[in-house]
Design a protein around this ligand. Structure first.
Ligand SMILES: CC(C)(COP(=O)(O)OP(=O)(O)OC[C@H]1O[C@@H](n2cnc3c(N)ncnc32)[C@H](O)[C@@H]1OP(=O)(O)O)[C@@H](O)C(=O)NCCC(=O)NCCS
Length: 164
């Protein structure tokens, strides 16, 4: 499939919000129930592009097919070289290598920013994400049973990490 990976711009915010909100409303990939508002995603985008990174995958027609980003892992200064990231691909174009390319570029970006560790927080049943991260050298470092709840069931959190 023909796509490029680039730094996201403000014009990409609505498409990023649509991809995230689809995951919020229809999956347990994102552990929140209310869709993100325009105000929330705009504040998120501005903070992330200023201090961290937001990448998008774009198809030949310029449509946003997926995005990847990282931000703080924990608020204390001792954690400043560790980030927590996420990758989301539009539902109709999954399984075509977009997540793989986004994560590879995000890892490169994190290295170039002098970061030391990337952490992913995944739902234990998310096979695609577990496979994607394993393929990029992320290893499981924690498994926390039933710390989340959505759609009336308990969710288990798996932390994976990669030392850059
Ligand atoms: C997880 C996600 C980002 C992967 O992106 P993608 O573009 O579909 O993935 P790719 O095509 O690059 O494939 C990555 C790996 O996942 C595997 N995979 C993809 N879809 C899969 C599925 N439905 N079931 C099982 N494995 C799957 C692929 O086989 C591939 O592994 P391989 O290299 O060993 O063959 C994407 O499925 C997604 O956006 N899911 C919803 C949001 C989410 O869960 N995000 C992660 C939260 S951190």
């Amino acid at each position: 499939m023909n796509f490029t990976i680039e730094a996201a711009t403000k014009a990409d915010i609505p498409a990023i919000a649509a991809i995230l909100n689809d995951a919020v409303l229809n999956s347990v990939a994102a552990w929140r129930e209310a869709p993100v508002t325009e105000e929330e995603i705009t504040a998120w985008f501005e903070g992330r592009t200023r201090d961290f990174a937001v990448l998008v995958a774009k198809g030949g027609d310029g449509a946003v097919l997926g995005y990847a980003s990282y931000g703080p892992f924990r608020a204390y200064s001792g954690y400043r070289q560790t980030v927590e990231h996420s990758v989301y691909v539009r539902g109709d174009v999954r399984g075509r290598g977009i997540g793989t390319s986004l994560l590879a570029r995000l890892v490169e970006r994190a290295r170039s920013q002098g970061l030391h560790v990337m952490v992913g927080a995944l739902e234990a049943g998310n096979t695609a994400s577990l496979k994607l991260h394993a393929a990029h050298g992320f290893v499981e470092t924690a498994r926390m049973p039933e710390v989340g709840r959505k759609f009336g069931r308990w969710l288990t959190l798996v932390f994976v990490q990669k030392i850059l």
